[in-house]
Design a protein around this ligand. Structure first.
Ligand SMILES: Cc1cn([C@H]2C[C@H](O)[C@@H](COP(=O)(O)OP(=O)(O)OP(=O)(O)O)O2)c(=O)[nH]c1=O
Length: 218
């Protein structure tokens, strides 16, 4: 992260529900930084890129992040006999359009032009899966955001910075821009890729929440 924003301070940490090691099934540097800042010990095993695939035009943003988080978890569960697998997927949504990571500068520019001056949502799907017990739970958290109208200069400066690269919606909330803010008490860490408050709740309640998976993945 470019700045040590307050969002990295005071993050909650819960006890793990099993004695399995926590495995972050993500290559996102933001997710690793958030987990580390909260004090979790974990390994990193990103899911293969192909786990993040499949398009269904009727899917809503929350449905899509739930599905993609689940698909990423499946990929990593297959490779581990033991481990509490944590996978996530983050997307932005504005005016009925779902925004993932931009392919290039032009794509980033079109996303930022859509978001400029508009309220929008960021959704993160989280999948927790105990490989040892084959129990799993998927949840989705929404954060509402407001983006100021970007002047042409602000837009080009941000595009020049390349900070949009690899970030859903082509912006990094954590980059310290004053033109974007989270509404009310909505989760900031959720915007950056992992809803730390909800993650702590899910870990605490995992035993009662998680269901035995229908088809075991070994
Ligand atoms: C909206 C927003 C997203 N992001 C990031 C979080 C995620 O890394 C990324 C969304 O892409 P994801 O596909 O959710 O995650 P990823 O490709 O980085 O990693 P993996 O698939 O291995 O789990 O956008 C920010 O860093 N800041 C923001 O403000």
């Amino acid at each position: 992260m470019s700045k040590n924003l307050p969002l990295m301070e005071g993050l909650p940490r819960a006890q793990l529900p099993t004695d399995e090691p926590l495995i972050l099934a993500s290559g996102s540097p933001r997710r690793a930084e958030l987990l580390k800042a909260a004090g979790y010990e974990f390994q990193i095993q990103p899911a293969v890129d192909s786990a993040e695939c499949g398009i269904c035009s009727r899917e809503t943003a929350p449905e899509m992040v739930a599905r993609l988080a689940f698909q990423k978890a499946v990929d990593v569960v297959q490779k581990n006999r033991r481990g509490l697998i944590l996978a996530a997927d983050t997307l932005a949504a504005c005016q009925g359009k779902i925004l993932g990571k931009p392919d290039n500068r032009e794509h980033a520019e079109s996303m930022l032009r859509l978001l400029s001056g508009r309220d929008h949502d960021v959704y993160t799907g989280v999948c927790l899966w105990s490989a040892g017990t084959q129990r799993c739970y998927v949840d989705v958290v929404r954060s509402r955001l407001k983006m100021q109208s970007l002047s042409e200069e602000m837009l080009q400066d941000y595009l020049d910075s390349a900070l949009w690269d690899g970030k859903a919606g082509a912006f990094g909330y954590q980059d310290g821009n004053d033109w974007i803010e989270v509404v009310g008490q909505d989760s900031e860490s959720n915007v950056v890729g992992l809803p730390m408050e909800r993650l702590a709740e899910l870990l605490e309640k995992f035993d009662s929440l998680a269901d035995k998976v229908q088809k075991e993945v070994r």
